[in-house]
Design a binder for this molecule. Structure first.
Ligand SMILES: Nc1nc2c(c(=O)[nH]1)N[C@H]1C(S)=C(S)[C@@H](COP(=O)(O)O)O[C@H]1N2
Ligand SMILES: [Mo]
Length: 414
């Protein structure tokens, strides 16, 4: 063990001293601790072939997201990740949020049969097998995806309901630019349409500049094959763009000379330039996951407040936390190095005095964009900021959590 690293008791002592001599309510001294031998987990087939999490860990996804799920046809459109239990920045694949534009059917694609075709305004149309793609130079990058429908509301009971339709994973694949250079872009190539394998195709139009910049044709997710719900065997990653563009079960890319209307593009049909300006790229956004609504603080004293911040504009540069309802803002610590278009984990040490208060977080990205409050968004849309207000475009507003003196945490918008 590293001798320079303080032991846990040392940390507790210095932590208490730093915060002005308060004591931990829950942490008991180690002396006299009784030893309990745990029950043994039966070594079944599942423990050998593909590991399972502890039966004591019960965090699960929920059917959620804008439309009632399941709907009249029994379809579940969006499934939200349990951000309230998240640690670090990677969403485990089993808990990654899941979004569909046509309900939760899952194409069962055979990777041996699967092909990706690239055609249209290219010199050499090419068809790639999965084996072809795996021979090409790869990239491995952390990226978030967020559904444009991910939004807070007064009715939401917890952070899974307010923010659960975003997740962050480590994606591995081939840069789309590598494939397009193989094909050779013809002059006039200015847009591309990406198409999925299901019956409504899940197609979207995107600018070719984005394709050449940082799009990934991904076959790997968190160190293994992409999960069926997330697009097995191949999906498009469009870093920082709204979730709907991240085409799953990707089978075709057509290079074109103008915007083409597809099923998925309907949502972007709006003449209002304000809406058009907000399209595609996710704004700077953050949320506290601990404490967050639905949780219960055991008592006053020391807490590391923790949360996630992300932006379609690049890496997160600054996160601030307010523990007094937005009056004063304090710099939070970003854990590790914030990656571009990825969740960043932040922490802020707080000594709760046991009084009612409100916690908030806000972030700034590398472009200097600052996460707005809901009141600022209402002003932008020229709407009254009252109980009737709901955000018309993408919602990247600051989320307040109310802390009551009994330690209960609730939605500050409720
Ligand atoms: N082919 C296809 N791709 C798709 C969709 C779809 O229904 N079909 N849904 C989109 C939507 S609405 C979202 S929010 C993201 C969700 O990605 P995830 O399920 O991996 O989280 O995938 C996008 N890609
Ligand atoms: Mo979505």
């Amino acid at each position: 063990m590293d001798s320079k690293r303080p032991d846990r008791r040392g940390f507790l002592k210095s932590g208490a001293a730093l915060a002005g001599g308060f004591t931990f309510g829950a942490a008991a001294p180690a002396i006299g601790q009784e030893h309990h031998s745990p029950q043994m987990i039966k070594e079944g087939k599942d423990q050998i072939a593909y590991g399972e999490r502890s039966s004591h860990v019960t965090s699960v996804r929920i059917a959620h997201g804008g439309r009632p799920s399941p709907d009249n046809w029994g379809l579940t459109f969006h499934v939200a990740a349990p951000l309230q239990d998240s640690v670090g920045v990677i969403t485990p694949s089993s808990l990654h949020y899941m979004g569909t534009t046509r309900g939760a059917f899952l194409p069962d694609v055979d990777p041996k049969e699967h092909r990706l075709m690239i055609h249209g305004l290219v010199d050499r149309p090419l068809t790639f097998t999965m084996d072809d793609l795996k021979r090409l130079p790869s990239v491995t990058r952390l990226h978030f995806i967020e559904c444009a429908g991910n939004r807070s509301s007064r009715r939401a009971k917890n952070v899974q309901e307010t923010h659960g339709m975003t997740s962050c994973a480590e994606w591995t694949g081939v840069l789309l630019s590598t494939l397009l250079k193989e094909c050779g872009l013809k002059s006039g190539a200015s847009w591309f349409v990406a198409e999925g394998s299901e019956e409504v195709k899940g197609a979207s139009s995107m600018p070719i500049a984005k394709a050449m910049e940082d799009c990934i044709v991904a076959y790997g997710m968190n160190g293994e094959a992409v999960r069926p719900q997330n697009g097995f065997p191949l999906r498009l990653m469009v870093p920082g763009f709204e979730g709907i563009f991240h085409t799953k079960w990707l089978r075709r890319i057509k290079v074109v000379d103008r915007y083409y209307m597809n099923y998925n593009d309907f949502g972007h049909l709006d003449r209002d330039p304000k809406v058009a300006a907000l399209d595609y790229q996710i704004g700077p956004k953050s949320v506290l996951t601990f404490p967050s609504a639905g949780q219960q603080l055991p008592g006053k004293g020391f807490y590391e407040i923790s949360g996630l911040a992300w932006s379609g504009g690049g890496a997160i540069k600054l996160v601030e936390v307010s523990t007094d309802g937005g009056k004063r803002w304090n710099k939070a610590e970003i854990k590790g190095t914030a990656q571009r278009m990825a969740h960043a984990r932040f922490g802020y040490t707080w000594n709760w005095d046991g009084q009612d208060t409100e916690l908030q977080s806000r972030c700034t990205d590398e472009l200097g964009q600052v996460q707005p409050s809901r009141a600022q968004i209402a002003k932008y849309w020229n709407k009254p900021f009252d109980a009737t207000f709901s955000v018309p475009g993408l919602d990247n507003s600051i989320q307040p959590w109310r802390i009551a003196s009994d330690g209960s945490v609730t939605n500050g918008f409720a």
